[in-house]
Write a protein that binds this ligand. Structure first.
Ligand code: PMP
Length: 411
């Protein structure tokens, strides 16, 4: 049964049991209407209330500015997963950059557009994928990988190089995007602090709602819901008004095509989604409701107005991660943490058993499963062990894992 299992899957990931219990009721009958939540119209008053509640909760948790002016941020719900946003980001930031260029000059746009650059910080498998998608969409000549962490470590991820080594080229005005992945789910690498860069966009899919974020430093932040936030099916984007109409002018699609640049599908178009309050097309309201319930619980953990209200959860996440890392470090002859100490992820704790000895790792996993500790196998591309320490993983579950780590090391 659910009580007997502690689940450390990397995503989809565990959700709070009370939320799922309530979900099973509203699937049948939402608000005593006799209609299930997945059956109601996404344009109904009920759906609008759910949307507004989830947005308001997220604003409080992460202290997201609400104004309609340039300093405000929109909260969007999109579909297509984190991967869909790899593309959406490119379409949007390119259109924004070309839009600004066209406003400045009418002559010689073709020549000027050649200077446009998208800067990528490649610190793990997901930022690598995002940079590859950018190159696929607009051509590798516009994509500048300003750091590739593998170069510092025998071709493997596990460090975040210092900013003074980044190969930023040309004029700052030509940077349409600086992209980073705040937490690399596969490689267990997390940024200790926000990197700098023009038009900064972050993928926070695997550490969303696990610590405070300085939203104001970002043009946009996005993340799939299926780890810390909710069910698979929605992706949340927090987008600055500065990069949206009416505060910014997007490029005309004819001009983009003329310049040989891509025009994105409308369902990934941030201005369209923003203008329609995420209801351009059918939004999976159930997923938005789940996210709202998860956020509501986080707010209840942190009563009062002290902003950002996510600080309470952050303290718990840190504490759980420390419990696991300290036992791994204590038995360093048995366990080897994959990333460098300075960039260890609090969310995805990646380590090897006996330096990657296949039999030892198999035995570790088998022993864990026998105790109901599930989902610990590392990503297929890197192997090893990965304990994902998302918000719904309880301290008690972490303590069970710690006990297994101790016992296995001693055996
Ligand atoms: N970014 C990160 C950091 C991820 O961990 C993942 C998926 N695990 C993705 C992007 C891709 O998300 P999706 O599968 O929702 O497209």
């Amino acid at each position: 049964s659910r009580d007997q299992v502690s689940y450390f899957g990397a995503g989809p990931a565990p959700l709070p049991t009370p939320v799922l219990e309530e979900a099973s009721k509203v699937l049948l009958n939402y608000n005593d209407s006799g209609i299930g939540i997945t059956e109601i119209s996404h344009r109904s008053p009920e759906a609008n209330a759910i949307l507004a509640h989830t947005q308001a909760s997220l604003r409080k948790l992460l202290d997201i500015p609400e104004s309609e002016g340039p300093d405000g941020y929109q909260i969007l719900f999109l579909q297509g997963g984190g991967s869909g946003e790899f593309s959406a980001v490119v379409y949007h930031m390119v259109s924004l950059w070309v839009g600004a260029l066209a406003k400045k000059q009418q002559q010689g746009i073709d020549e000027a557009a050649k200077r446009m650059r998208l800067d990528y910080l490649v610190t793990g498998s997901w930022s690598l994928k995002a940079s590859q998608e950018a190159a696929r969409l607009i051509g590798a000549e516009h994509v500048n990988v300003i750091t590739d962490a593998r170069r510092c470590r025998d071709g493997k991820f596990g460090v975040i190089p210092s900013e003074d080594t980044y190969t930023r080229t040309g004029n700052n005005d030509d940077v349409a995007l600086t992209y980073y992945c705040d937490n690399e789910t596969v490689d267990g690498v997390e940024f200790p602090s926000t990197p700098s860069g023009q038009n900064l966009v972050a993928d926070m899919s695997s550490n969303f709602l696990s610590r405070p974020v300085d939203v104001r430093q970002h043009a946009a932040i996005f993340g799939g819901a299926q780890k810390n936030v909710g069910t698979t099916g929605i992706t949340i984007a927090i987008v600055s008004n500065r990069i949206l109409p009416p505060h910014a002018e997007m490029a005309d699609s004819k001009l983009l095509r003329k310049l040989g640049l891509s025009v994105g599908p409308i369902v990934l178009d941030w201005p369209t989604i923003a203008k329609n309050n995420s209801l351009y097309n059918t939004l999976p309201i159930f997923d938005v409701w789940i996210a709202g319930q998860v956020m509501q619980r986080l707010l209840e953990q942190a009563p009062g107005d002290k902003s950002p209200r996510i600080a309470t959860q952050a303290a718990e996440s840190n504490k759980k991660a420390e419990l696991i890392y300290s036992v791994l470090d204590k038995h360093s002859e048995v366990y080897q943490v994959v990333p460098d100490k300075s960039v260890r992820s609090r969310m995805n704790i990646c380590f090897r058993v006996k330096r990657g000895d296949a039999d030892a790792e198999k035995a570790f996993l088998k022993g864990a499963e026998g105790k109901g500790l599930m989902g610990l196998k590392g990503h297929r591309s890197v192997g090893g062990i990965r304990a994902s320490n998302y918000n719904a993983v309880s301290v008690a579950a972490v303590e069970k894992l710690v006990a297994h780590l101790e016992e296995f090391a001693k055996a």
